[in-house]
Design a protein around this ligand. Sequence first.
Ligand SMILES: [Zn+2]
Length: 403
Amino acid sequence: MIDHRRLGRELELFVSDPLAGAGLPIWLPAGAAARHAVEEYVRDLERRSGYRHVYSPPLGKRELFELSGHLGYFEADMFPPMRLSADDEFVLRPALCPHHALVFRARGRSYRELPLRIAELGGMYRAERSGVLGGLSRVRAISLNDAHNFCALDQVGDEVREILRLIGEAHAALGVRPAGFRLSLRGPGEKYVGDDAQWARAEELLRAALDGVDFVAAPGEAAFYGPKIDIQVVDAAGRESTISTVQLDFDKPERFDLSYTAADGSRQRPVMVHRSLVGSMERLFAYLIEVHEGAFPVWYAPVQLVLLPVDDGQAEAAQALARRALDAGLRVEVDHAGSLGARVRDASRRRVPYAGVIGAREAAAGAVALRLRDGRSLPPMPASEVLALFDRLVATHSAALLP
Ligand SMILES: [Zn+2]
């Protein structure tokens, strides 16, 4: 049975230590290297798609979350406030939206700036009960790939469709295979803000954006402030969870009194689109570790190439090539310890995509013989060709080990 917790331990991707606290995993160097590559990819995809990145703190004053409605509608999922003094209480944020609303209203806004896409890979906290926590799939400290796109009402349809396209692009690069689309709607009860007309309008816009897409409607699964499109995945144990999401919100712009100057000079309220292309780093990696069985595509493999000098005579040649590969941006290691066979097996056990064997003949010729983690091997190649091969695989986010 594939389990990301077991693979995470074997491949030294992350560790959960009871002393740190349940649901508060620590990313080890190998896991952090893979996550860093994924974060850089997502940030670059967003940058090329017109997003502007910000940083905001993972906690804020109690009043901020009273204004946002989180303390009214979401308090059960939040850690209790921290009191510095009688009139100074702080809250670990359960979402980034309130800070991004403050980014929008940091100065006057014009219709010319819309859609204004504010993005951040930011920390947030949920007081999950200890019984539901496990590995990276349910955690209390969450690093969310988040953005809030402030739009005029007539821009919402195109904006949501473009977000769905970006989600598809990111999924293809990462190897995410969605199990389906879900339109999450309001259910019965008092846990939702906003009036019926707002909810109906938002639902209509999302249904229009899903034109031609197979989806299921899920009453009761909406956010407390609006309906959403969720893109579902299924883990190795058959459990369904949401990775990517697009949500419409008419409520927060009202609560934060957000407005922009329209072309005719009038003040208009923007619509807030909450979206995540790949979800939280924790849940994403819980999924990716399982779906790839730890063998990540080359572009986000923790170590991409391990160099194996056959004996001490090639140590210098191996170090020189490792230096060139590092300078070219690769994650590379040199392994001297033990027999060649044991080192090849160890590289493949660690799911390193390529082991580069350097014997006397290769060292003399400035060449490397590559062994792939799937068992294939290539005839010796000049070092420059090896670097060009990696360049191609990384630049195209290829899932295959050979172009
Ligand atoms: Zn949000």
